[in-house]
Every structure is written in structure tokens, then in C-alpha cells.
Design a protein around this ligand. Structure first.
Ligand code: C2E
Ligand code: CA
Ligand code: CA
Length: 416
């Protein structure tokens, strides 16, 4: 039995037959049709493991076909074939992925037999997913009860919110520049809950400031260990010039911007512990800076006057980026990880990254790229002059204990 069944939909017979021949030569069972109706019939009865799909067709375009395939719970591996430009292919790929389809690659026409064989054969050793007959979707796994206000209240009391820290380093020489504090909820029965799954809820229920306060207190503890501030007993040896420039970034929600007393409290803590406010960065997302434009401008300006740094997070994802960037007194711009993570595959992403770096620099801001997952991306960031990098390639977010070990392993001389 042939494990692979490729179904081709293309309105151009020449292209379809070429794909068919190449695939058959590679030992794949193939059906080819010019027509969407026939395609869906074969999809149902023949259950292909692979689909080669043309994007531009007169009757029903490739994006419509993918939408319908998603509705049919299609598990087949999809190869998009098209003569349209890279930008449109990229968008189509993203749209398919958002529909939950399994896109294995894109074949820009004209393509070589080797290109197609690669996409078909690359996964030959991995087990094939059993084709799923279309029909009702499988039963959903057990869903725990939604989190409630009481759950969060209890978690605050029991100190279930824990903080991990992700290093930020200079792109040019890898020198340590600081850390971003990221909260996690260690729930006694549900395990570790991601901030994405509870921060929006905590914002809605009015607990976000309490969480932020716990995060800041925890971060002050790390600063003590790193020897920042006066009279702290340092647990870690850091060269003085690195230590004095080290910055700790805290994520601040929209709701918190109006809480003047929380920021007064932080300023007081800095005074009490002898920490220079310039060692704190408050990261705001574009939407969080937007909620109450006048109040946020006042508070943020005050914070900058006191010496705190302000960062505009996830830059490039919101609609009002430019307005916020120009209006509010930011000192750092963070390129959203969606562009950084795809920079090596997409010319568009590289254009956006470079544009944001240049824009940030023209406004006198430090530029940080987050989501740096490999060495090539880091090299690219260095080439375009991005200042700082953060991401799994450098280090994952770590507990304070792991940070101590990580810092101890750094060769600071090399980076100076
Ligand atoms: P963010 O502020 O954009 O934080 C960066 C996120 O990217 C973190 O996810 C981090 O773990 C992840 N990340 C870092 N490097 C990489 C990489 O190379 N690849 C990939 N795929 N991801 C990477 P995390 O920790 O799950 O946090 C998610 C979001 O939750 C944060 O996004 C932030 O918006 C929010 N958040 C986290 N902690 C807090 C907090 O204390 N307060 C508030 N208000 N929001 C927080
Ligand atoms: Ca952030
Ligand atoms: Ca971000």
C-alpha cells in the first residue's frame, strides 16, 4: 500500500501534470483535478495525505478552498503552489495556519522537481497521521472550571504567583544588559498557568495591580542578589560597569497606568533601597498606553522625570503605534516577536524589523528585538544595528536560582 496520497487542484493542466509526474516518480499515489467540486469529492472519498493547491483559480481561489478544508477538519499536509508574489504567498500561508491547517511549504512557480520532492519526501520517515474522515469534530478533552476572583485572591495570599526572568543582551557583543520579569501562576492543582491565561482575567477582575506589586517586590529581590542598590549583599559577581547599567523590565497593564500610588510606592522603594530608578524599565503595550490618553501622558512623563525607563512593547502589532510612539516619552522600543521569529523566512518581516530599528533610532530610543530563536537572526539584528536581543537563543525565562547559575557562567570579559 502506498502511504502517501497526493491530491492536486490546479486550473492549469500543464502545472498539474508536472506535479503529478514528479510525485509519481517519487512513489506517491496521485490524483489531479482542475475543478474544485471534483477536488472536494476526492477529498472526501479518497482521503489524501497531501494536497497541492493552486492559489489563483477562476472558480474558487485557493484561500476559499483552504477555508472550506479547515471546516472539514482537514489533516492533510498542504503544499501551496502559485505564481503570485512572495507577499501574497506569505499572507496565504499565515491565513492557512490561522485556520489550523498543516501547511508544509510553498512552491513558487516555476519550481524545480527537487523543490517538490523535498516537500513530499522530507517527512517520509515520520509516521503518517491517520486520515481523519470529515464529520463531527472529536470530543473535546476535559476542560477545568474557569478561574474565578476567589482563585486569584487565594493565589495572591498564598504567593502562588512566581516570577521568572529572561536575559536581554547587546546584539553587538552579547554583553548582559538586563532582564524582563515574567509572571507565572503555580496553581496547586492546575500546575503552571501562563500569564496569557490569567492576566486578562486579573485585569477584568481588578487584581492586576496586586499581581504587579508582587512581581515588583520579587524583582527587587533579584536586584538585591545582583548587587544593585546600596548596602545589598550581592550573591552574584558582576563587573561594576555591567551592574550599574543593568535594567530590570516589568510589564505594566493598561489598568495600572492610572494607579499613581503604586508608582509612588515603587519610587519610595527605590529610595529606601538605594536603587537608581534608571535600573527599572516599565514595558507598556500600545493599547495599555492608550486607555486614558491624558492621565497616561501625565504619569508617564512624571516617571521619566524621576529617571524610570519606559518601553513600548509588542511594537508593530497595534493600530496606533505611531501615535503612541510620538506622543509618549518612551526610551525603548521592542520589536514584536512575531516579526523577529519569522525574520529569516520572510523578507516582509525583515523589512518591518529594520524599519522599526531605524524608526526607534531616529527618535533616540534603544531598540530591543524579542523572540530571537537562532544565531542567524541574532546576526541579522546586529547587521541592522538593533541594540538588544532577547529570546530562547540567548536564554529562556529562568527562576532566580537558574539566573544565578546563568550569570556565573557568563564570560563578561569577552563581551566588554
Ligand atoms: P511579552 O511582554 O511580550 O513577553 C515576551 C513573551 O515572549 C514571554 O511570554 C516570553 O516567555 C516569550 N518569549 C521570549 N523569548 C521567546 C522566543 O525566543 N520565542 C518565543 N516563542 N517566545 C519567547 P510569557 O512569559 O508567556 O508572557 C506572555 C505575556 O504575558 C507577556 O508578553 C506579557 O504581555 C504578559 N505578562 C507576563 N508577565 C506579566 C506581568 O507581570 N504583568 C503583566 N501585566 N503582563 C505580564
Ligand atoms: Ca514585555
Ligand atoms: Ca513583547
Amino acid at each position: 500500500m502506498t502511504a502517501k496520497r497526493l491530491l492536486i487542484l490546479d486550473d492549469d493542466p500543464m502545472t498539474g501534470q508536472t506535479i503529478q509526474r514528479i510525485a509519481e516518480f517519487a512513489g506517491v499515489d496521485v490524483r489531479f483535478t482542475l475543478e474544485p467540486g471534483e477536488f472536494f469529492k476526492l477529498f472526501d472519498t479518497w482521503q489524501p495525505t497531501h494536497i497541492a493547491l493552486d492559489l489563483v483559480m477562476p472558480e474558487m481561489d485557493g484561500v476559499q478552498v483552504m477555508g472550506r478544508l479547515a471546516g472539514l477538519n482537514c489533516q492533510a499536509k498542504i503544499i501551496i503552489t502559485s505564481g503570485v508574489g512572495g507577499r501574497i504567498l506569505d499572507a496565504a500561508g499565515r491565513s492557512a495556519a490561522e485556520h489550523g491547517l498543516n501547511i508544509v511549504g510553498v512552491l513558487a512557480k516555476p519550481f524545480s522537481p527537487a523543490n517538490l520532492r523535498e516537500l513530499l519526501i522530507d517527512d517520509s520517515d515520520s509516521p503518517q497521521p491517520s486520515p481523519q474522515p470529515p464529520g463531527p469534530s472529536p470530543r473535546l478533552p476535559f476542560q477545568p472550571a474557569p478561574l474565578t476572583a476567589e482563585d486569584i485572591e487565594l493565589a495572591l495570599l498564598q504567593q502562588e504567583f512566581q516570577v521568572v526572568y529572561q536575559p536581554k543582551v547587546a546584539c553587538k557583543n552579547g554583553a548582559l544588559a538586563g532582564f524582563e520579569a515574567l509572571v507565572r501562576w503555580h496553581h496547586p492543582s492546575r500546575g503552571i498557568i501562563s500569564p496569557m491565561d490569567f492576566i486578562p482575567l486579573a485585569e477584568r477582575l481588578g487584581f492586576i495591580d496586586d499581581i504587579t506589586e508582587q512581581v515588583i517586590n520579587h524583582a527587587l529581590g533579584l536586584m538585591a542578589i545582583l548587587g544593585l542598590g546600596e548596602g545589598f549583599c550581592s550573591g552574584v559577581e558582576l563587573p561594576p560597569d555591567i551592574r550599574s547599567d543593568l535594567k530590570l523590565a516589568i510589564n505594566i497593564s493598561a489598568k495600572t497606568i492610572s494607579n499613581v500610588s503604586l508608582f509612588d510606592h515603587i519610587a519610595q522603594n527605590c529610595g529606601d533601597f538605594g536603587i537608581d530608578p534608571h535600573q527599572f524599565i516599565f514595558e507598556l503595550t500600545e493599547t495599555s498606553a492608550m486607555d486614558d490618553p491624558v492621565a497616561s501622558l501625565d504619569l508617564l512623563t512624571r516617571l521619566r522625570i524621576q529617571g524610570f525607563h519606559l518601553s513600548i512593547d509588542d511594537f508593530g502589532t497595534g493600530f496606533s503605534s505611531m501615535l503612541q510612539l510620538v506622543r509618549l516619552p518612551f526610551s525603548e522600543i521592542k520589536v514584536d516577536k512575531s516579526f523577529v521569529m519569522t525574520a529569516m523566512q520572510s523578507q516582509e518581516s525583515r523589512t518591518v524589523v529594520k524599519f522599526i530599528v531605524d524608526l526607534g533610532h531616529s527618535l533616540g530610543l534603544t531598540c530591543t528585538a524579542e523572540g530571537v530563536e537562532d544565531a542567524k537572526t541574532l546576526l541579522y539584528l546586529k547587521e541592522v544595528g538593533c541594540d538588544l536581543a532577547q529570546g530562547y537563543h540567548i536564554a529562556r525565562p529562568m527562576t532566580v536560582e537558574a539566573i544565578k547559575t546563568w550569570v556565573a557562567q557568563q564570560n563578561f570579559r569577552e563581551s566588554l
